[in-house]
Design a protein around this ligand. Structure first.
Ligand code: PLP
Length: 373
Protein backbone atom coordinates (compact mmCIF):
# COMPACT_ATOMS: atom_id res chain seq x y z
CA UNK A 1 0.00 0.00 0.00
CA UNK A 2 1.15 3.51 -0.80
CA UNK A 3 0.94 5.22 2.61
CA UNK A 4 0.77 8.99 2.86
CA UNK A 5 2.35 8.75 6.31
CA UNK A 6 4.25 5.56 7.16
CA UNK A 7 4.54 4.10 10.65
CA UNK A 8 8.32 4.46 10.78
CA UNK A 9 11.18 5.53 8.58
CA UNK A 10 14.93 5.16 9.11
CA UNK A 11 17.12 8.28 9.10
CA UNK A 12 19.53 7.40 6.29
CA UNK A 13 21.81 9.94 4.60
CA UNK A 14 24.91 10.03 2.39
CA UNK A 15 27.05 9.30 5.46
CA UNK A 16 25.56 5.79 5.77
CA UNK A 17 26.01 5.25 2.03
CA UNK A 18 29.69 6.22 2.26
CA UNK A 19 30.27 4.06 5.35
CA UNK A 20 28.84 1.02 3.58
CA UNK A 21 30.76 1.73 0.36
CA UNK A 22 34.02 2.06 2.33
CA UNK A 23 33.51 -1.41 3.84
CA UNK A 24 32.72 -2.93 0.45
CA UNK A 25 35.88 -1.33 -0.99
CA UNK A 26 37.94 -2.70 1.93
CA UNK A 27 36.93 -6.28 1.01
CA UNK A 28 36.76 -7.24 4.70
CA UNK A 29 33.16 -8.11 5.48
CA UNK A 30 33.04 -10.27 8.59
CA UNK A 31 33.53 -9.01 12.14
CA UNK A 32 36.74 -6.94 12.20
CA UNK A 33 38.12 -3.44 12.87
CA UNK A 34 34.83 -1.64 12.10
CA UNK A 35 32.89 -3.87 14.49
CA UNK A 36 35.53 -3.35 17.19
CA UNK A 37 35.14 0.43 16.73
CA UNK A 38 31.32 0.18 16.82
CA UNK A 39 31.41 -1.86 20.06
CA UNK A 40 33.93 0.52 21.65
CA UNK A 41 31.90 3.62 20.79
CA UNK A 42 28.65 2.01 21.95
CA UNK A 43 30.12 0.87 25.29
CA UNK A 44 31.69 4.30 25.90
CA UNK A 45 28.46 6.15 25.12
CA UNK A 46 26.42 3.82 27.33
CA UNK A 47 28.98 3.69 30.12
CA UNK A 48 29.31 -0.10 30.24
CA UNK A 49 32.41 -2.28 30.37
CA UNK A 50 31.60 -4.84 27.64
CA UNK A 51 29.52 -4.53 24.45
CA UNK A 52 29.24 -7.24 21.79
CA UNK A 53 27.55 -6.56 18.44
CA UNK A 54 25.31 -9.39 17.27
CA UNK A 55 22.96 -10.30 14.42
CA UNK A 56 19.85 -8.96 16.18
CA UNK A 57 18.30 -8.41 19.60
CA UNK A 58 16.64 -11.84 19.57
CA UNK A 59 20.11 -13.40 19.36
CA UNK A 60 21.28 -11.07 22.15
CA UNK A 61 18.37 -12.18 24.36
CA UNK A 62 19.03 -15.85 23.55
CA UNK A 63 22.68 -15.71 24.57
CA UNK A 64 21.81 -13.55 27.58
CA UNK A 65 19.59 -16.37 28.88
CA UNK A 66 22.28 -18.98 28.06
CA UNK A 67 25.06 -16.98 29.71
CA UNK A 68 22.96 -16.91 32.89
CA UNK A 69 22.62 -20.73 32.66
CA UNK A 70 18.85 -20.59 32.15
CA UNK A 71 17.73 -24.11 31.22
CA UNK A 72 14.89 -26.65 31.28
CA UNK A 73 13.26 -26.68 34.72
CA UNK A 74 13.84 -22.95 35.24
CA UNK A 75 11.24 -20.21 34.95
CA UNK A 76 11.85 -16.70 33.59
CA UNK A 77 9.35 -13.89 34.17
CA UNK A 78 8.62 -11.81 31.06
CA UNK A 79 6.13 -8.94 30.42
CA UNK A 80 2.90 -10.03 28.76
CA UNK A 81 3.03 -6.81 26.73
CA UNK A 82 6.14 -7.05 24.57
CA UNK A 83 7.31 -8.41 21.24
CA UNK A 84 7.27 -12.21 21.14
CA UNK A 85 11.09 -12.41 20.82
CA UNK A 86 11.46 -11.50 24.53
CA UNK A 87 9.59 -14.70 25.45
CA UNK A 88 10.90 -16.87 22.60
CA UNK A 89 14.48 -16.28 23.73
CA UNK A 90 13.58 -17.95 27.05
CA UNK A 91 11.77 -20.84 25.36
CA UNK A 92 14.84 -21.58 23.14
CA UNK A 93 16.68 -22.66 26.30
CA UNK A 94 13.94 -25.11 27.35
CA UNK A 95 12.95 -22.92 30.31
CA UNK A 96 9.35 -21.95 31.07
CA UNK A 97 8.04 -18.42 30.38
CA UNK A 98 5.86 -16.88 33.11
CA UNK A 99 4.05 -13.63 32.31
CA UNK A 100 3.70 -10.45 34.37
CA UNK A 101 1.30 -7.56 33.84
CA UNK A 102 1.80 -3.84 33.17
CA UNK A 103 1.81 -1.23 35.96
CA UNK A 104 -1.35 0.63 34.86
CA UNK A 105 -3.31 2.05 31.95
CA UNK A 106 -0.84 4.91 31.61
CA UNK A 107 2.36 3.06 32.57
CA UNK A 108 2.41 0.06 30.27
CA UNK A 109 5.82 -1.21 31.44
CA UNK A 110 5.94 -4.38 33.52
CA UNK A 111 5.13 -3.97 37.20
CA UNK A 112 7.41 -5.00 40.08
CA UNK A 113 4.33 -6.10 42.03
CA UNK A 114 3.16 -8.42 39.25
CA UNK A 115 6.70 -9.79 38.86
CA UNK A 116 6.88 -10.60 42.58
CA UNK A 117 3.51 -12.38 42.46
CA UNK A 118 4.76 -14.58 39.59
CA UNK A 119 7.85 -15.83 41.45
CA UNK A 120 8.00 -19.56 42.30
CA UNK A 121 10.78 -21.79 43.63
CA UNK A 122 11.83 -22.36 39.97
CA UNK A 123 12.17 -18.70 39.02
CA UNK A 124 15.71 -17.89 37.96
CA UNK A 125 15.50 -14.59 36.11
CA UNK A 126 13.36 -11.66 35.05
CA UNK A 127 13.46 -10.09 31.60
CA UNK A 128 12.05 -6.58 31.64
CA UNK A 129 11.30 -4.38 28.62
CA UNK A 130 11.50 -0.59 28.61
CA UNK A 131 8.33 -0.57 26.53
CA UNK A 132 8.02 2.17 23.89
CA UNK A 133 11.28 3.67 25.21
CA UNK A 134 9.95 4.44 28.71
CA UNK A 135 11.90 3.06 31.67
CA UNK A 136 10.46 0.32 33.87
CA UNK A 137 10.21 0.98 37.61
CA UNK A 138 13.79 -0.29 37.96
CA UNK A 139 14.35 0.63 41.59
CA UNK A 140 11.41 -1.56 42.67
CA UNK A 141 12.24 -4.34 40.19
CA UNK A 142 15.89 -4.53 41.32
CA UNK A 143 14.70 -4.71 44.94
CA UNK A 144 12.46 -7.70 44.09
CA UNK A 145 15.31 -9.35 42.14
CA UNK A 146 17.72 -8.88 45.04
CA UNK A 147 15.23 -10.16 47.61
CA UNK A 148 14.60 -13.37 45.61
CA UNK A 149 18.14 -13.74 44.25
CA UNK A 150 17.12 -13.45 40.58
CA UNK A 151 19.04 -12.35 37.50
CA UNK A 152 17.73 -9.38 35.51
CA UNK A 153 17.96 -9.07 31.72
CA UNK A 154 17.00 -5.66 30.31
CA UNK A 155 15.41 -5.84 26.86
CA UNK A 156 16.35 -2.39 25.54
CA UNK A 157 15.07 -2.93 21.99
CA UNK A 158 13.04 0.30 22.36
CA UNK A 159 15.40 2.24 24.56
CA UNK A 160 18.87 2.81 23.12
CA UNK A 161 20.48 5.46 25.34
CA UNK A 162 17.44 5.95 27.53
CA UNK A 163 17.93 6.63 31.22
CA UNK A 164 16.13 6.33 34.53
CA UNK A 165 16.50 7.44 38.13
CA UNK A 166 17.66 5.00 40.77
CA UNK A 167 18.04 6.42 44.28
CA UNK A 168 18.07 9.87 42.67
CA UNK A 169 21.00 8.94 40.43
CA UNK A 170 20.50 8.97 36.66
CA UNK A 171 21.64 5.68 35.10
CA UNK A 172 21.68 4.24 31.56
CA UNK A 173 19.08 1.65 30.65
CA UNK A 174 20.77 -1.66 29.89
CA UNK A 175 23.38 -1.21 32.64
CA UNK A 176 21.11 -1.74 35.65
CA UNK A 177 20.45 -5.48 35.43
CA UNK A 178 23.01 -8.23 34.73
CA UNK A 179 22.79 -7.98 30.94
CA UNK A 180 21.29 -5.44 28.49
CA UNK A 181 20.11 -6.31 24.97
CA UNK A 182 19.58 -3.77 22.17
CA UNK A 183 17.95 -3.93 18.72
CA UNK A 184 18.98 -2.12 15.57
CA UNK A 185 16.09 -3.42 13.44
CA UNK A 186 14.99 -1.03 10.69
CA UNK A 187 12.28 0.73 12.72
CA UNK A 188 14.42 1.22 15.84
CA UNK A 189 15.83 4.50 17.21
CA UNK A 190 19.12 3.60 15.56
CA UNK A 191 19.30 1.01 12.81
CA UNK A 192 21.71 -1.26 11.00
CA UNK A 193 18.91 -3.00 9.06
CA UNK A 194 19.10 -6.08 11.27
CA UNK A 195 21.47 -5.97 14.22
CA UNK A 196 21.81 -5.84 17.95
CA UNK A 197 24.14 -5.34 20.92
CA UNK A 198 24.54 -7.24 24.17
CA UNK A 199 26.20 -5.45 27.10
CA UNK A 200 27.35 -6.27 30.61
CA UNK A 201 29.67 -4.99 33.32
CA UNK A 202 30.36 -8.55 34.48
CA UNK A 203 33.69 -9.97 33.17
CA UNK A 204 32.64 -13.61 33.56
CA UNK A 205 29.37 -13.09 31.69
CA UNK A 206 31.28 -11.19 28.99
CA UNK A 207 33.60 -14.16 28.42
CA UNK A 208 30.60 -16.47 28.03
CA UNK A 209 28.78 -14.08 25.70
CA UNK A 210 31.85 -13.77 23.49
CA UNK A 211 32.04 -17.56 23.09
CA UNK A 212 28.30 -18.02 22.56
CA UNK A 213 28.27 -15.37 19.80
CA UNK A 214 30.79 -17.22 17.64
CA UNK A 215 30.46 -21.03 17.77
CA UNK A 216 32.11 -21.34 21.19
CA UNK A 217 35.46 -20.73 19.43
CA UNK A 218 38.35 -19.23 21.36
CA UNK A 219 39.53 -17.03 18.43
CA UNK A 220 37.90 -15.18 15.52
CA UNK A 221 38.70 -15.24 11.79
CA UNK A 222 39.86 -11.63 12.24
CA UNK A 223 42.33 -12.61 15.00
CA UNK A 224 43.81 -15.21 12.66
CA UNK A 225 43.86 -12.81 9.68
CA UNK A 226 45.76 -10.30 11.79
CA UNK A 227 48.23 -13.02 12.76
CA UNK A 228 47.36 -12.62 16.46
CA UNK A 229 46.29 -16.28 16.72
CA UNK A 230 46.98 -19.32 14.57
CA UNK A 231 44.29 -21.77 15.68
CA UNK A 232 41.36 -22.18 17.99
CA UNK A 233 39.65 -24.49 20.41
CA UNK A 234 35.87 -24.96 20.76
CA UNK A 235 34.95 -24.80 24.43
CA UNK A 236 31.18 -24.26 24.41
CA UNK A 237 28.15 -24.90 22.21
CA UNK A 238 27.97 -21.52 20.52
CA UNK A 239 26.08 -19.97 17.63
CA UNK A 240 26.81 -17.82 14.63
CA UNK A 241 25.30 -14.61 15.99
CA UNK A 242 28.07 -12.37 14.62
CA UNK A 243 27.34 -9.01 13.03
CA UNK A 244 29.17 -8.01 9.82
CA UNK A 245 31.28 -4.97 8.95
CA UNK A 246 28.62 -3.39 6.71
CA UNK A 247 26.11 -3.29 9.56
CA UNK A 248 28.74 -2.12 12.05
CA UNK A 249 29.65 0.74 9.68
CA UNK A 250 25.99 1.73 9.54
CA UNK A 251 25.89 1.46 13.34
CA UNK A 252 28.78 3.89 13.81
CA UNK A 253 27.04 6.56 11.70
CA UNK A 254 23.70 5.94 13.41
CA UNK A 255 25.38 6.22 16.84
CA UNK A 256 26.56 9.72 15.92
CA UNK A 257 22.94 10.93 15.60
CA UNK A 258 20.94 8.75 18.00
CA UNK A 259 21.04 11.27 20.85
CA UNK A 260 19.79 14.09 18.59
CA UNK A 261 17.15 11.79 17.08
CA UNK A 262 15.97 10.65 20.52
CA UNK A 263 15.48 14.34 21.41
CA UNK A 264 13.44 14.86 18.25
CA UNK A 265 11.31 11.79 19.12
CA UNK A 266 10.63 13.31 22.57
CA UNK A 267 9.60 16.59 20.99
CA UNK A 268 7.15 14.78 18.66
CA UNK A 269 5.79 12.62 21.52
CA UNK A 270 5.03 15.80 23.45
CA UNK A 271 3.36 17.30 20.37
CA UNK A 272 1.11 14.23 20.04
CA UNK A 273 0.14 14.80 23.69
CA UNK A 274 -0.78 18.43 23.03
CA UNK A 275 -2.94 17.38 20.07
CA UNK A 276 -4.73 14.53 21.89
CA UNK A 277 -4.90 15.62 25.53
CA UNK A 278 -8.48 16.93 25.33
CA UNK A 279 -9.83 13.80 23.64
CA UNK A 280 -11.76 11.92 26.36
CA UNK A 281 -11.74 8.73 24.29
CA UNK A 282 -7.92 8.57 24.23
CA UNK A 283 -5.68 7.33 27.03
CA UNK A 284 -2.20 8.75 26.48
CA UNK A 285 0.44 6.48 28.05
CA UNK A 286 3.46 7.84 29.92
CA UNK A 287 2.13 11.42 29.91
CA UNK A 288 3.30 11.86 33.52
CA UNK A 289 6.75 10.33 32.94
CA UNK A 290 10.01 12.26 33.11
CA UNK A 291 10.07 12.48 29.32
CA UNK A 292 13.63 13.90 29.13
CA UNK A 293 15.05 10.52 30.27
CA UNK A 294 13.06 8.47 27.76
CA UNK A 295 13.61 7.54 24.11
CA UNK A 296 10.12 7.37 22.55
CA UNK A 297 10.39 4.54 20.05
CA UNK A 298 6.75 3.96 19.20
CA UNK A 299 3.66 6.10 19.77
CA UNK A 300 0.99 3.86 21.35
CA UNK A 301 -2.35 5.29 22.40
CA UNK A 302 -5.25 3.42 23.96
CA UNK A 303 -8.75 4.25 22.76
CA UNK A 304 -11.73 3.43 24.94
CA UNK A 305 -14.26 3.09 22.13
CA UNK A 306 -14.48 2.81 18.33
CA UNK A 307 -10.99 1.33 17.99
CA UNK A 308 -11.71 -0.32 14.62
CA UNK A 309 -13.48 2.76 13.27
CA UNK A 310 -10.52 4.99 14.20
CA UNK A 311 -8.02 2.57 12.65
CA UNK A 312 -10.10 2.42 9.45
CA UNK A 313 -10.40 6.22 9.30
CA UNK A 314 -6.61 6.54 9.62
CA UNK A 315 -6.03 3.86 6.98
CA UNK A 316 -8.50 5.49 4.59
CA UNK A 317 -6.55 8.75 4.96
CA UNK A 318 -3.27 6.98 4.12
CA UNK A 319 -1.93 6.80 7.69
CA UNK A 320 -0.20 3.54 8.58
CA UNK A 321 -0.81 2.26 12.11
CA UNK A 322 0.04 -0.88 14.03
CA UNK A 323 -0.53 -2.48 17.43
CA UNK A 324 2.25 -2.94 19.99
CA UNK A 325 1.27 -5.53 21.05
CA UNK A 326 -1.19 -8.36 21.27
CA UNK A 327 -0.48 -9.93 24.67
CA UNK A 328 1.97 -12.83 24.19
CA UNK A 329 0.20 -15.24 26.62
CA UNK A 330 -2.86 -15.12 24.36
CA UNK A 331 -0.93 -16.32 21.28
CA UNK A 332 -1.55 -20.00 20.43
CA UNK A 333 2.06 -21.00 21.20
CA UNK A 334 1.90 -19.60 24.72
CA UNK A 335 -1.78 -19.91 25.63
CA UNK A 336 -2.63 -21.91 28.75
CA UNK A 337 -5.64 -19.91 29.84
CA UNK A 338 -6.68 -16.41 28.88
CA UNK A 339 -4.31 -13.82 30.40
CA UNK A 340 -6.44 -11.18 32.05
CA UNK A 341 -4.54 -7.90 32.21
CA UNK A 342 -5.66 -5.44 34.84
CA UNK A 343 -5.16 -2.70 32.24
CA UNK A 344 -8.58 -1.72 30.96
CA UNK A 345 -8.85 -1.42 27.16
CA UNK A 346 -5.40 -3.05 26.65
CA UNK A 347 -6.76 -4.72 23.50
CA UNK A 348 -7.42 -1.24 22.06
CA UNK A 349 -3.83 -0.09 21.57
CA UNK A 350 -3.22 1.81 18.34
CA UNK A 351 0.38 2.61 17.43
CA UNK A 352 0.68 5.87 15.51
CA UNK A 353 3.58 6.97 13.25
CA UNK A 354 6.70 8.22 15.05
CA UNK A 355 10.18 8.93 13.67
CA UNK A 356 12.46 11.98 13.77
CA UNK A 357 11.62 13.15 10.22
CA UNK A 358 7.84 13.13 10.87
CA UNK A 359 6.48 16.67 10.61
CA UNK A 360 4.27 18.34 13.21
CA UNK A 361 1.90 19.15 10.35
CA UNK A 362 1.43 15.42 9.76
CA UNK A 363 0.96 14.77 13.50
CA UNK A 364 -1.76 17.43 13.51
CA UNK A 365 -3.36 15.71 10.51
CA UNK A 366 -3.26 12.27 12.25
CA UNK A 367 -4.67 13.64 15.51
CA UNK A 368 -7.37 15.54 13.62
CA UNK A 369 -8.66 12.24 12.25
CA UNK A 370 -8.62 10.67 15.74
CA UNK A 371 -10.34 13.68 17.30
CA UNK A 372 -13.02 13.73 14.59
CA UNK A 373 -13.89 10.09 15.20
C1 PLP B 1 10.82 -5.47 22.81
C2 PLP B 1 11.55 -6.18 21.72
N1 PLP B 1 12.40 -7.17 22.04
C3 PLP B 1 13.09 -7.82 21.11
C4 PLP B 1 12.98 -7.53 19.78
C5 PLP B 1 13.72 -8.31 18.77
O1 PLP B 1 14.63 -7.50 18.09
P1 PLP B 1 15.32 -7.97 16.74
O2 PLP B 1 14.36 -7.74 15.64
O3 PLP B 1 16.53 -7.09 16.64
O4 PLP B 1 15.66 -9.40 16.90
C6 PLP B 1 12.10 -6.50 19.39
C7 PLP B 1 11.97 -6.17 17.97
O5 PLP B 1 11.13 -5.46 17.51
C8 PLP B 1 11.36 -5.81 20.38
O6 PLP B 1 10.53 -4.82 20.07
Amino acid sequence: MDWKITLSEPDITKAELKAVTDVVKSKWFTMGAVTIEFEKKFSEMLGVKHAFAVTNCTAALHIANLALNIQAGDEVIVPALTFVATANAVKYTGAEVVFADSVSGTDLTVSAESIEKAITKNTKAITIVHYAGFPCEMEKIMKVAKKHNLFVIEDCAHSSFGKCRIKNKIVSLGTIGDIGCFSFFSNKNMTTGEGGMIVTDNDMLAEKIKLLRSHGMTTLTYDRHKGHQSGYDVVALGYNYRIDEIRSALGIVQLSKVIKNNAKRRELYKYYYICLKNNKNVIFPFADFEIELSTPHIMPIIVKERCNEIKSALKNSGVQTSKHYDLIPNFTLYRKSRFASKVKYIDNIITLPLYPQLSKKNIKFICGIINDN
